[in-house]
Design a protein around this ligand. Sequence first.
Ligand code: PCA
Length: 199
Amino acid sequence: MRVLISGFEAFGGRDINPTALIIEALEQKQISYPTTIKVDHVLLPVTFEMAFEVLQRKIESYNPDVVIAFGLARREAIELETVAINHIDAKIQDNSGIKPQNQMINPDGPPSFIATLPVQGIEGVLKNAGIPVKISNDAGSFVCNYLFYRLMETNQETFRLCGFIHVPLIPEQAGPEDPSLPLSEIHRAVSLILHYIDY
Ligand code: PCA
């Protein structure tokens, strides 16, 4: 089984994106996973123009069975996204400086797509391991939701399992009011997810 994991560069004036640190940790073999699966990774730009292009290029060359895209959000738990919506409404500029608002991703596309990753199972595994986790039906209306929608749309006719997971800020970057989760817990979650999907 081949698994592709994506993360995003920093954006929105923050200098760290914990999902870029997931990619770094995979590269440095700091996240364990069963030897029966192969894992590759890709770091994506936070731009509407290029994020999905870079991911899809990697999907075509690597031909994964599972694609798990990670992004940062100001949330209290690891949130397993279930619904990608056909809508863009940026509240901040992307890394190319654009802020598209109140637009459809694809005027000819359906209103939404549902993740094919086994989110219920993943939720159970993370919960048992004491990691804060939730199933979410709101991936936002910025680059993450955009990437998620295009990922699901483009891979509809394949057997590929695809999904999107938001992770919280890490304590080092969180303000006093911000919820956060240590990077070691985020790494542990990725490892548990990789063990779980190898069934
Ligand atoms: N989070 C943003 C885009 C990149 C990222 O890591 C989002 O939730 O849309």
